[in-house]
Structure formats: C-alpha cells, structure tokens
Design a binder for this molecule. Structure first.
Ligand SMILES: *[C@@H]1O[C@H](CO)[C@@H](O)[C@H](O)[C@H]1NC(C)=O
Ligand SMILES: *[C@@H]1O[C@H](CO)[C@@H](O)[C@H](O)[C@H]1NC(C)=O
Length: 308
C-alpha cells in the first residue's frame, strides 16, 4: 500500500474528492480536487524525527518539534499523522497549489534531508454529454463535452476497445469530437478525466448509412410527383383550349358545388338558411331541368325557403 506511487481516488460523500499522493520521492507531483482532500505522504513515519518543517512557496506552514505541533498556518483544515508521516489537507482551494518543501532536522538542529513536491489543485469533472449527428455521406460525428473540470482529457471506446483506423475517420485536437466512418455501430463510450476525477458517458450508436439513402429516395419521389403534376397540368390546358369538351367541364362544375354545399351544411349545422342556399346552388349549376325529378328532399327545401 505504501509503495503505491501516484494517486488513489476515493469519492467521499461530504468532503468531495479525496486523493492520495506519495510525496516521499523528491519532485513528486500531487493532485488535489477543489473542495476535496489530499493525503500527502511525506515519510514512512515522522515519529522519530526531532524536528520537521513543511514550507509552501518558501513560507513555513508547519513546524513540528518532538512530535508536538509548534505552528500550523492551516491548522483549521489540516492534520499531521506522525505514525504514517501523512499530512492531510481538507477543503482544498486553488491557493493551495504550489511548491512544497519538506525539511527534516536531526537533534543538533541541522537539516538532514529536504524533498520537494508540487501540488496542483484541479476542479473535478462533473458530468459528460454525448451528441451525435449523421453527416451527408453516412459518417457520424460525435462530440463529447464535460462540465467544470480543469484540463479534461477525452478518450473513446467502442464495445469496450479502442477505435481502429477502419472505424475512425478523424479526431479533433482536443479529441472531444470524433468522426466515425460509415456503417460503424455499437456501444460508444466517451471518458473524460483529469488528475482528480473521471466520468464517462455511453451511447448505443447505429449506422447512419441508411439515412442519406432514404433522403435520396424521397427526393426522387418528390421529383417524379412534380414532373407528373406538371405533365397533367399541361394536358389539362390543352384540353381546355378545345371547345368540344364542354360537357365534361359542366360535370366538373356541378361536382365542385356539391362539395361546397356539404361544407356549408356542416358549418352552419343545417340551419334553414344553409339549406336554402344549397337548393339555390343546385338550381344554378345543375343542367337538369328543375321540374323533371322532384324528390322528397327537394320538396322540403322548397318549404323551408317559403318559411323564410
Ligand atoms: C495515516 O494514519 C491515519 C490515522 O491512523 C489514517 O487515518 C490515515 O488513513 C493514514 N494514511 C495513510 C496514507 O495510510
Ligand atoms: C472551504 O473553503 C471555502 C473557501 O475556500 C469556504 O468558503 C468554506 O466555508 C470552506 N468549507 C469548509 C467545510 O470548511
């Protein structure tokens, strides 16, 4: 456990992100999460050391003599554990970033050892969002965006493995936008991480290829409909110019009137007025002589008209 170099990430409920840093090697790089906690291991144990000092950017922040804390400028949110040589800092702020020096002294007051470390405080990545869109040639462009985090790094997998050149057409500089070739499908995962956190978002993608195809079929269909309508219109025009088609035209006029009178009947809910108009329309446009076929309906209309 103590030999582990690097970071252990733990996600606490109330203290935010907790990170561990092994500062026993000189020049270590440590990362802490904004608002979180960092455990910096300075030594295996400081119990036997007569005096220790921890400096941040050349200012002493912690001074311990014979296991007694003489001064600690961030006492309210930090703690030294002499048994495992760990210095814990809570509620990290960006001001905590900087160069730290850890100096040990022997009993005669001479510095016996000094090591340095750099602490970087980063805002954790909170969430990721995937947006995919089909391009005209059936490629798919997928963008991954994250909220908050400092220096986010993006990586992608498809069905649990890295994308191959056969699947990947292009990747942008930040690698948060990728373009997949045609006919690529599966479970696509975007992972966003920085040194203190990581989140991922997955989406099941299916091939874009059929969409442009449907588009093509639809445009062809629209084209043929337009051409067809144009041809029919042209033919109609020709027919209208011929005077011999008189009878057909008459029938059309009558038919059109029937539609109009139905709509009126519905709209006015068959008031006497509407019915009277219906009668009027029939008389006007049907070429049939009025007296030939008097059906029951016609008689009723006639009565209504009289009442008005
Ligand atoms: C150091 O000891 C303290 C107190 O026993 C414990 O809470 C902490 O987790 C330890 N840290 C490490 C890095 O072992
Ligand atoms: C953490 O620090 C911020 C300022 O850096 C402060 O406003 C906040 O109250 C602190 N929270 C706790 C729990 O100490």
């Amino acid at each position: 456990m103590k030999a582990v170099a690097g970071l252990l990430l733990m996600f606490g409920v109330c203290h935010g992100v907790e990170t561990y840093c092994d500062g026993r090697q000189d020049g270590a790089q440590c990362y802490g999460a904004l608002g979180g906690t960092v455990d910096i291991q300075l030594m295996d144990s400081t119990s036997e050391i007569p005096r220790i000092q921890l400096l941040k950017n050349s200012l002493v922040i912690l001074f311990v003599r014979n296991n007694k804390v003489i001064s600690n400028t961030i006492k309210h949110r930090s703690l030294l554990f002499p048994s495992n040589g760990t210095f814990k800092i809570n509620n990290l702020s960006r001001n905590d970033s900087g160069n730290y020096s850890f100096i040990t002294f022997n009993s005669d007051g001479k510095a016996s050892d000094e090591q340095t470390l750099h602490l970087f405080v980063q805002a954790p990545v909170s969430s990721a969002l995937l947006v995919s869109e089909c391009l005209s040639q059936g490629e798919m462009r997928v963008s991954c965006s994250s909220e908050g985090g400092d220096s986010p790094q993006y990586s992608w997998t498809l069905d649990g493995r890295t994308l191959t050149d056969a699947e990947l057409l292009s990747v942008n500089n930040e690698s948060n936008i990728i373009t997949l070739r045609q006919h690529v499908s599966g479970r696509l995962v975007c992972s966003v991480r920085n040194s203190v956190s990581s989140v991922s978002k997955e989406e099941r993608i299916s091939t874009c290829g059929h969409l442009p195809l449907i588009g093509g079929v639809l445009s062809a269909l629209v084209f043929f409909i337009v051409v067809g309508v144009a041809v029919i219109c042209a033919q109609r025009k020709k027919q209208n110019n011929k005077p011999t088609k008189q009878k057909e035209d008459d029938q059309e006029v009558t038919y059109a009137d029937v539609r109009v009178m139905k709509q009126q009947g519905k709209r006015v809910e068959q008031t006497a007025q509407a019915e009277a108009e219906v009668e009027y329309g029939q008389v006007k446009f049907s070429k049939r002589p009025r007296h030939t076929e008097l059906r029951g309906d016609d008689c009723m209309y006639a009565k209504v008209h009289k009442v008005r």
